[in-house]
Design a protein around this ligand. Structure first.
Ligand SMILES: [Zn+2]
Length: 396
């Protein structure tokens, strides 16, 4: 047993504690309080000094397998141009370099105090790297096929891949079926995912192009499908928002982790809350791709569970979810900093189903992060979002 102390402990599950103490034994939190509080165990004290101790961060939406594309795609040309560049660049590197860059991204996440990820993957080429890491991971095995004629073969392929993983995946990694999004997954493919209890994750209501396409068949997306050789695919225009369209397919299961929700109106927000969907906001990716700003305060007011994700190094500068928390704070200065810190920790743990992460509370895992902080700090959550805080993992 050890007792960690710092000038601030932010448990997330409760009020911040000045000069708080956290007792840790066997990798779990045994006690939280202040010196001399009832129940404090007798153990050596390890003082982090003038610093903030908090739960490790949870990046609820990233794509580790796209890390090899860091800095290689133009952001400025709009969403569809970016998707087009992504599709063109994806196949340009061999598997060894894709894995090497994913391995580096995992090390960076660990170093900067992230303890869990929701990682979207089409290839599953890096499961062993996650398995060997100290991260807890839900890997969302993402299917996409716009042509309904390809739905059955795509599902069969996915079923075979999943069956082939049996017994090979490390205990810190879970693999779950996911959909790419409403404008890339055909209705029969959605139906197959629903029949398999999914999808567990999805990009949803990200760009105006996606919304315009589903509502009226307009915008830049039909041209993209045409250029991809998919212009012949018949699609009965739903005339609905992305959220309502996917719900009409029965594909908003409770616990779904929906990334983005930028284009979500009041009715959509109410629906997401009613369905028990978690929304992973990706503020930096949305800014970089010019798709707009998710209505975070309105999503919260509707009762939607919010968490944060970075999206991939193909659209952001780092996989450090604290940077997204900082941008969200700048975008919504009236939002309580403690609420944003909760999104980056407990909100993500709830979305990914890690009941023992995301908070400093008795019985939870001691997967903690800390940042040095000036002695004068009187609002630790505000300081964490200030731009000066640099997190690292608490080493056992
Ligand atoms: Zn994404």
């Amino acid at each position: 047993m050890d007792i960690l102390t710092a000038s601030w402990v932010v448990p997330v599950a409760g009020e911040a504690l000045r000069d708080g103490r956290v007792a840790v034994g066997d990798g779990r939190i045994a006690w939280v309080g202040r010196a001399g509080d009832p129940g404090e165990p007798k153990a050596p004290v390890r003082d982090l000094g003038s610093a903030i101790l908090l739960p490790g961060l949870v990046n609820a939406h990233c794509h580790l397998e796209l890390s090899h594309l860091a800095g290689r795609l133009p952001f400025g040309g709009g969403f569809v141009a970016w998707v087009e560049a992504l599709v063109a660049a994806r196949g340009s590197d061999d598997e060894a370099s894709v894995r090497a860059r994913a391995a580096q991204a995992i090390r960076d996440l660990e170093d900067r105090g992230t303890v869990a990820v929701g990682d979207v993957s089409n290839s599953l080429v890096h499961l062993d790297l996650l398995g060997a890491s100290r991260l807890s991971a839900v890997v969302f095995f993402e299917l996409l096929a716009w042509d309904p004629a390809r739905a059955a073969a795509t599902l069969e392929w996915a079923d075979r891949r999943l069956a082939g993983l049996d017994g090979t995946v490390a205990p810190n990694v879970r693999v779950r079926l996911a959909a790419h999004g409403p404008h890339t997954v055909s209705p029969p493919l959605f139906a197959g995912l629903v029949a398999r209890g999914g999808p567990a994750a999805m990009h949803l209501a990200e760009s105006p192009d996606e919304s315009h396409f589903l509502a009226t068949g307009s915008g830049a997306w039909p041209g993209f499908l045409e250029r991809r050789g998919l212009g012949h695919v018949a699609f009965a225009l739903p005339g609905l928002s992305p959220v309502r369209y996917v719900d009409s397919l029965g594909a908003l299961p409770r616990g779904l982790v929906a990334a983005h929700a930028v284009q979500a109106d009041a009715a959509d927000r109410e629906r997401l809350a009613r369905r028990g969907v978690h929304v992973a906001l990706c503020p930096r990716s949305n800014r970089n791709l010019g798709v707009g700003t998710a209505p975070a305060p309105e999503l919260l007011a509707a009762g939607v569970g919010l968490c944060l994700g970075t999206d991939s190094l193909a659209s952001v500068e780092s996989l450090d979810v604290l940077e997204d928390a900082k941008l969200l704070h700048r975008q919504f200065p009236d939002l309580d900093p403690a609420v944003i810190v909760r999104m980056a920790t407990l909100g993500g743990a709830e979305a990914l189903g890690f009941a023992d992460l995301g908070a400093i509370a008795r019985g939870r895992r001691a997967a903690l992060a800390w940042a040095p902080a000036p002695a004068a700090v009187d609002d630790p959550c505000r300081y964490l979002l200030s731009g000066d805080a640099r997190l690292r993992r608490v080493e056992a």
